[in-house]
Design a protein around this ligand. Sequence first.
Ligand SMILES: [Zn+2]
Length: 344
Amino acid sequence: MAVGGGRSIKRKKPKRRVVKGRSPKRAPKRSAMAPKAEIPISAYSDLEDILAERLGKKPEFAGISRKALLLTDVLYTSTHQIRDFAYSTAVALGRQIYAESDKSVGAVLNAIEASGLGGVLYYPFDDMAIITAKPLEPHLNIGSMVHVYEAGILAGYMTAATGSNIICYETHCVHNGSAICQFVLRQERRQLRRYRYEIPESEVLIDRLVKVVMASSGGGRASGEYYLAHMLPIINKGTVENASAAMHVAGMEFGRRIAALNHTTLEMIKDAFGADRIIVRWKKDIPERIDVHYPQISSRSEVMLLSKRFITGVLLSRYGKDISISTTEQHGNNYILNISLKRK
Ligand SMILES: [Zn+2]
């Protein structure tokens, strides 16, 4: 039953600060680490294995904005179905992280820190365990607990570690006004527990998606691997159609709320979709061509589709009467989305 080095999640007395996510012993300097093989674009079959192997180790922060994670988190609260699927996908990944890891609690805390949540602490109690975390930088309060995916990873890891069915749910969240995120882990006979997360009305959902994109603070950085893992429910389930439809509506609403489509508002979009850069050719005050470059780690068609639908939504709401839009995609090492606008 012990979870690595005798750290059982079944202890008689509460114990504080048992282990931090990144222990110095297991955190070699970047220069000492072997160069990583790139994840080939569209290598879906081995994706979970590769990610699980990497996520139990000290995270490398490849510059994906946490805004991009939060945007997906909000999508995962949109229906019971997608939320349960996000959770169960994360449970499976959590089990794989355990299989690939050094079997310590620190490994799963590393995975949670890769999401950009800092100061991850583990408190084992008699019949339950609590894990707390908080973002390293200012975060956005959207009035909802969102970390279903992270709860799933914790549940999967601890289930594999203890051999009994462990469920996990969030009781406090920084995106719901709390100073910390708090996750409760406990043993449960049933496979999936019904959460207390509320499912927002569609207007509330769109409002939250727009607020996340418009947030000036990115809330810190997440690892590229974690971002891709976080997208697995969308990549693997064909849920991308519904998700991209919601992003299209959110894009139209974003277009209505911004004063102008300019460098600042395009940077907001870039961060929210984890893109590397957006290059625009302007003709007077209307963009003639927009090129969105994606990092190699998230160069996947489903990831790109979400931003494509959002950006075309923005353009339609701002210039719909005056322009026609066409899009093409370049699939090299990195994906590039080309959006062309023609005046009618
Ligand atoms: Zn949270």
